[in-house]
Every structure is written in C-alpha cells, then in structure tokens.
Design a protein around this ligand. Structure first.
Ligand SMILES: Nc1nc2c(c(=O)[nH]1)N[C@H]1C(S)=C(S)[C@@H](COP(=O)(O)OP(=O)(O)OC[C@H]3O[C@@H](n4cnc5c(=O)[nH]c(N)nc54)[C@H](O)[C@@H]3O)O[C@H]1N2
Ligand SMILES: Nc1nc2c(c(=O)[nH]1)N[C@H]1C(S)=C(S)[C@@H](COP(=O)(O)OP(=O)(O)OC[C@H]3O[C@@H](n4cnc5c(=O)[nH]c(N)nc54)[C@H](O)[C@@H]3O)O[C@H]1N2
Ligand code: SF4
Ligand SMILES: [Mo]
Length: 728
C-alpha cells in the first residue's frame, strides 16, 4: 500500500501544533511537525505521536457500553439514547432540572463540538453545571469580567515582540502556553533573549522555563500577591508609571496608589520569600523596558489568592503602559470575535449558590469544589460528564468516586473507561480525533498571533461512529419536551445534522472581523483555510482598546472595590505578623507537569509512559537530609485531607520548604479500561488537596500551596501504603 500524508493539528493541548500524519495500510506510521503551520512552524512536542497511539489503542471504546454489574457490555446507539432519555427525564420529572448535574472537561475545549456542549448545558437548565475551568482559568476569567467587562477578555502576552518577559507561575517550556497559546514556547522564549530582551521566571521551582531565562526568582508558594503589591509600591513611589496610558485607558488609579502606599518591599519580602532589593529591581526593570509583560498562569491561579494575583498582574502591566501595546499584554482578534460579544453573555456572579450557600455561581456554573457534596447531599441525582476525569483531576478527598457510584443515573461521553466513567451506567464514545474534520475556532482567542487553522480527517470515521457534537445533539433531543416523541425526535435530529459545528463556524467566520460580510471576496472563508498548507496567518496582535472594553465608560477598571478590600485584608494580615503556619504540616505542596503527560489521560499510550516513575515528590536536599531520606525511597505525603505514598526525588531545583507532585496519576482502580495506565505506579495527588480550599472570589480549587508533611514510609506508621487512603 502506498503511504499518504495528511496535514492537521495535534489537539492534545492548547498549542494545537500543526502535524503531518503519514498513514500506511490504515496504520499511522509517522507524525511530524508541519513546517507550513502558521503558528507552530514545524514544532511538535513528544506528545504529538500520542495522536496515533490513541487512535490505535485497543482499550479505546468504539461502541456505546452499558454497565451490567461491574462489567461493561456493548449496546446500540439508538437503544443507548432511548434509555438515557428515559432515565434523565425521570430524574428531572421527579426532582427538577437541577437534580441533573453536568461536568465538562478540558478536552471539550479542543474541538468545535464544545458548541454543542454549551447547547446541552442550556437544554439541561440545571444549576449544577461544572467545568474544568474551576480547576483552571476561572480566576483569570473573573478578573477579565471585572476589569474589562467580559470574561473572555483575558489578555495575551505578546511574547514574539516583547523586550521583557516575566513568567509568573507558568512553565511554558513544558506546557507550551495556556491563555497565551505559544507552540514552540522554548524557541519563542530563546528569541526574546536573542533579540536583546530579558526573560525572568518567578517560580518556587527552577523549571525547564527558568533554565532558559536570564533570572530565576524562587518565590514562596502563594507569595506572589505580596511581591506584586510591593512592585506596585515601588512603581508608585518612584514615579515609574506611564501616567498618560493610565489616564487614557483606566479608571481607579487613585485607589491603587492608596492601597500600596505603605507596602514596601521590606514588608513584602518575608511573605514572598524574595529579597526586598530583588522586588525593587523587578519593578524598576519592568518600567524601564521598551515593552514588558508579566505572564501568569496556573501556579498563581490555583491559589486562594488566584483572582487577586491575576488582577495585580494585569494592573502592573497596565500602569507601566504595557496594556494593549505591542510587546505587552494584548487582546487577540480571532476570526470569530467571541470576546467582543462576551459582554452580552450571562456572566453574573451569584445568580445562585450551592446548597451550603458558600459558593456563588459564575458565568452560570458552580465551582467543581462542591460537586461531591452536592451529589452526597442528594441535590444531584443524575450526572452527565463530557470529556472529563474529575475523580483524578479535582480535589475531592477521594470521595467523588463513591458519590458517582451512588447516583440514580450517570451517562459519560468519553472514549475510555476511566476512574470517573467506570461509575457510569452508559458510556458514549466519540470517534477518534483523527477521524474528525474541524476548525480551531476557540483557541485563536488566546494565541500569540491571529490565525485560523484546519483539521482534516486522517481516517474515515466508522459507519456507525458519532462525533462528540452528534452525541450531544442526540442528548439535547432526548431532553426537549417533545410531543409524540417517537415521531418528532427523528425530525429534530435531522435538523441538528444540518447544523454541524463546521457550518456554524463558517457562519461565524463570515460575520467576523476577516469575513466576507466585512471584506467581500477577499474575506476569509473555510474553503481558503481548507486549501492552505498550514492555516491562515492573520497577522500580529493589534491594539483593540477602548472599543473592545465592555465597561460602561470603556475604561479598564483598575480597582474593583471588592478586590481592593480583599487586598487590604491581606496586607492587614501581614501588618499583624503574617498568617498562621502549617502546625505539624511543614512543607508546601505544589504541582508539576511533564512533557509526556497531559493531565490524567495519555497514560495508556506506551511511548508516553516509558521510563521511570514520574509521579514523584520533588524535594530539596536540605529537606531530604532533615528527614533522613535518600533519593528514590518511598515516602508518605500527608495533608489534612489524605495521604499518598510516592518515591521522593531529591533535587535542588525546588525551593526548600516546598515539594512538587504531578497530578493525573492513580489509575489503579478496579474496572478501569485503560489497562496500561492501570498497571503503572503513581498516586492521585488530589486526595491531598482540600476541596474547601478555594480562590476567594471564583471558588477555583487552590492546589498550589497545600500544607503537607513528608515521612519515610517505615517511620510513618500508617497502615495503608498501597492506596491513596483518606485519613482526614
Ligand atoms: N492538583 C492539580 N489538579 C489539577 C491541575 C493541577 O495543576 N494540579 N490542573 C487542572 C487543569 S489545568 C485541568 S484543565 C484539569 C483537567 O481535568 P479534566 O478535564 O477533568 O480531566 P482530563 O485529565 O483532561 O480528562 C479528560 C478526559 O476526557 C477524555 N477525552 C479526551 N479527548 C476526548 C474527546 O475528544 N471527546 C471526549 N468525549 N472525551 C475525550 C479522556 O479520555 C479523559 O477521560 O485538571 C486539573 N487538575
Ligand atoms: N506537557 C503538558 N502540557 C500541558 C498540560 C499537561 O498536563 N502536560 N496541561 C495543559 C493544561 S490543561 C494547562 S491549563 C496548561 C498549564 O500551563 P502552565 O500553567 O504553564 O503549567 P504548570 O506546569 O502547571 O505551571 C505552573 C507553574 O507554577 C509554579 N508554581 C506553583 N506554585 C506557585 C506559586 O505560588 N507562585 C509561582 N510564581 N509559581 C508557582 C509551578 O512550579 C509550575 O512551574 O498546560 C497545558 N499543557
Ligand atoms: S505542544 Fe505537544 S501536545 Fe501540545 S499541541 Fe503541540 S504537539 Fe500536541
Ligand atoms: Mo488546564
């Protein structure tokens, strides 16, 4: 058989690198970077080959399955949808719409099927809607909504043009950037320095990114807001701000000046774990650079102060004149200009609460922190999960699995029997990503260059295969209050078939900033993208203020009053001598990502998991010596909510007093279908994180400064060392 090569994208992470997939005899034989891709330019990371591994994985589900006892048996699509419809309608009829919960996971955002995920969410009309966003970028959206008037207006670091890149709690050399999509981040970062710019990384660990930088500042976990407030103090007192830009763009400058008036670097230093002189210099250099940008992500986002820190990041960028200017913090102009319309979406905070009344809804969802409790207290009776694995990916004291098992009914849309979906009554698997045609319409909102790229099918889908959006559409039909159901569902389903996300996207593009409605025949069309070798480049990021801003006066709100109040409370704490320590818990636990792993779900592809156990506790030599630990020995890591046993990995790349353990591991659960993953060591770090510890404003899980204790296994005195036993 002759080989064919097809250009598309790797859709595993936000970078969506262009790939060339070679197929011989229905087998993927090679995956390379596509040099013509307008954004990734030939770059791929080692994960790209997993696209082939996933496609051919014998453990991947290819037909719907129903649980019979502890086994899953294949069933037909029609039978599956009919049963799901009956069961979900029964729960809704008896307990109301909010008794059906829905969780939408991260991979949903990597295909345009997500449009139908939103439609299903609307059809459910439930107050119990959750997404991975509340263990990810919610604080950034919250800040965007309060400062810029739309949650989608999360600024992007213009790293391809900046003179100074300061990375705070992100590791793009491994992650390839998120909410600043930058495939080939390592090269882009090196480029900053090659063109004479400076790169600084502020992170408790000397990360892969820090190794590329001019300077690494090893901040204390959770110390960033203090560092930023003190930087602002220096900027204000030394008159280093861009007053003209502030006057033109912003409101609330007086409140910021008052807030930081007496918060000197000397005061911040013990809280941030960074010398006062370093803080002073960071502020001065940020102001002095031709252009500069603070780029922050999960390390500061998944914190009790997630919202506050992202707010301060935006403020530093704005007051130094770096908002909306090349080389600074900018807003993309994507082909479907969703951010412009974001201000019209229902974004309210507190339209409803969870049943405890502690957590408020934001953009019509509740934080995943309450999912387990809402099931356990009977508020949620049935669940729909779509492309998520919350049992491993969210803090839930190890209790979510049992809660899911106790539901009246649970339907999962996923291609694996995972730690989560093994509790489903029915699992509906979509076709493999290599079998779908798609347009990347969401991520250009956050890319370092404006672009539109296309995904061609590599394989024809199986005759009875469904895409995620088709599955979602059929679920919507089942939830509609239809008369003469047996007859009408067919007609509704046929209508949906005409409204594929590709077609809807084509309409959105036609009406968007580059579309034919605005630009006539020269406009961007799906046909043009399809015919391109690697997508269409739509140029560098362009200034978009003030028109884009959704606030009434079209000014950036520098000082939302509740943010200022919360910051003041934080500073009062410092004035009173700082926060209480961790009593018997003397180390701070943070997260860590690996180049060959992707949250919880590439561990069934052999090339992604070969080599030594990666789920280790990274610890500084001083901390190891103090505990008599040698490299590689098993240790018990214990927090207030649980404990796990993992090997210790000793390295001076981590700040003393801190340990780092990756998430997404712990596949040894009975009945999971990804058999290779289940055979691997590695434990679920999320049993250590307390679900009640959340970002003050958005309720997002705070997993980057959990107090823990580490003991050698022999002396730990715990009975259970094999599983992630919950001790709290
Ligand atoms: N402690 C700690 N926890 C974390 C994080 C951390 O840094 N520390 N990071 C958090 C972050 S940023 C995220 S985004 C979340 C992720 O959290 P989740 O989104 O809940 O989990 P994933 O591990 O991404 O699981 C994805 C699931 O989707 C399935 N899947 C993959 N592709 C498709 C598809 O095309 N269609 C369908 N229907 N299913 C598909 C996979 O089989 C897998 O079961 O984890 C979070 N959890
Ligand atoms: N290889 C790989 N790539 C991925 C993923 C993956 O799982 N694997 N996941 C994808 C997803 S869903 C996302 S959201 C992105 C995430 O992208 P990133 O945010 O770039 O990824 P992380 O590795 O979580 O980076 C967080 C960094 O914050 C640091 N940190 C922890 N606590 C603190 C703190 O208190 N202060 C500061 N300043 N730093 C702190 C950590 O040491 C770490 O280096 O990555 C995406 N890309
Ligand atoms: S960085 Fe790696 S995983 Fe992410 S899209 Fe590119 S090749 Fe795929
Ligand atoms: Mo994420």
């Amino acid at each position: 058989m002759s080989a064919t090569t097809i250009a598309r994208q790797c859709t595993l992470c936000e970078a969506h690198c262009g790939i060339l997939v070679t197929v011989e005899d229905q087998q993927v034989t090679r995956i390379e970077g596509n040099p013509d891709d307008v954004l990734s330019k030939g770059y791929i990371c080692p994960k790209a080959t997993a696209m082939g591994g996933l496609h051919h994985d014998p453990d991947r589900l290819r037909t719907p399955v129903r649980r019979v006892g502890s086994e899953f048996v294949p069933i037909g699509w029609d039978e599956a949808f009919a049963e799901i419809g009956r069961r979900l309608r029964a729960v809704r009829g008896e307990h109301g719409p909010s008794a059906i919960g829905m969780y939408l996971g991260n991979p949903a955002a990597h295909s345009s099927s997500v449009i139908y995920g939103a439609l299903l969410r609307a059809a459910l009309l439930t107050k119990h809607f959750f997404t991975a966003s509340s263990i990810d970028q919610f604080p950034q959206e919250f800040v965007a909504w309060r400062m810029f008037g739309s949650n989608l207006l999360m600024p992007v670091a213009d790293i391809d043009r900046t003179d100074r890149l300061v990375v705070l709690g992100a590791n793009p050399a491994v992650s390839n950037g998120s909410i600043t999509t930058m495939p080939g981040a390592k090269l882009r970062i090196k480029d900053v320095r090659t063109r004479g710019g400076k790169v600084v990384v502020i992170d408790p660990r000397r990360t892969e990114t820090a190794r590329l930088a001019d300077e690494h500042v090893a901040v204390t976990p959770g110390g960033d807001p203090y560092l930023l407030l003190a930087m602002l103090h220096v900027l204000v007192t030394e008159k280093l701000c861009d007053e003209r830009a502030i006057a033109e763009q912003c409101s609330g400058w007086g409140e910021i000046r008052a807030l930081v008036a007496d918060f000197t670097p000397e005061r911040a230093a013990p809280m941030a774990g960074v010398d006062a002189e370093v803080i002073r210099r960071l502020a001065r250099e940020h102001a002095a650079a031709g252009s500069a940008v603070l780029y922050a992500r999960l390390g500061v986002c998944l914190q009790v102060t997630g919202t506050l820190t992202h707010w301060l990041v935006n403020v530093v960028n704005a007051v130094t004149g770096n908002l909306d200017r090349p080389g600074g913090h900018m807003f993309a102009t994507p082909p479907i200009d969703a951010a412009r319309f974001g201000k019209y979406l229902p974004m309210g905070h507190g339209a409803w609460t969870d049943s405890s009344g502690r957590y408020k809804s934001f953009r019509t969802e509740l934080p995943v922190a309450v999912l387990t409790d809402e099931i356990r207290n009977g508020s949620i009776r049935a669940m729909v999960t779509y492309a998520g694995n919350p049992v491993l990916s969210t803090p839930n004291r190890g209790e979510l699995a049992a809660a899911l098992a106790g539901l009246d009914f649970y339907v999962a849309v996923d291609m694996y029997v995972t730690e989560t979906t093994r509790h489903a009554d029915i699992i509906l698997p979509p076709i493999s990503p290599l079998e779908r045609e798609d347009l990347d319409v969401l991520l250009p909102l956050f890319s370092v260059r404006n672009n539109l790229r296309y995904n061609a099918r590599v394989f024809d889908p199986p005759a009875d295969g469904l895409e995620d959006w088709e599955i979602m559409a059929r679920l919507v039909t089942e939830l509609l209050p239809l008369p003469a159901r047996g007859f009408t569902t067919g007609a509704i389903n046929r209508l949906f078939e005409q409204l594929s996300p590709m077609r809807l996207s084509a309409l959105g593009i036609a009406a968007g900033p580059y579309g034919v409605l605005r630009r006539g025949l020269k406009g961007l069309t799906v046909g043009k993208v399809r015919a391109s070798a690697g997508g269409v480049d739509l140029g560098p990021l362009r200034p978009r203020l003030p028109r884009l801003i959704g606030t009434k006066d079209r000014k950036v709100r520098l000082a939302p009053s509740d943010f200022v109040r919360a910051a003041r409370a934080l500073l009062d704490e410092v004035r009173q001598g700082g926060r209480a320590g961790g009593d018997e818990f003397d180390l701070r636990l943070i997260g860590r990502r690996h180049l060959r792993s992707n949250n919880s779900w590439l561990h069934n592809v052999p090339s992604m998991v070969k080599g030594k156990d990666r789920c280790t506790a990274l610890m500084h030599p001083e901390d190891a010596t103090a505990r008599g630990l040698t490299d590689g020995v098993p240790v018990t890591v214990t927090s207030r909510t649980g404990s796990i046993v993992v090997p210790v990995e000793i390295s001076d790349e981590i700040r003393p007093g801190t340990i780092a353990v990756p998430h997404g591991w712990g596949h040894q659960e009975p009945g999971v279908g990804w058999l290779l993953a289940a055979s691997l060591p590695g434990k679920n770090v999320n049993v250590l994180h307390d679900p009640a510890l959340t970002d003050t404003f958005s309720g997002t899980a705070a997993v980057n400064s959990t107090w823990v204790r580490v003991d050698a296994v022999e002396s730990a005195g715990t009975e259970s060392t094999e599983t992630a036993a919950v001790v709290g």
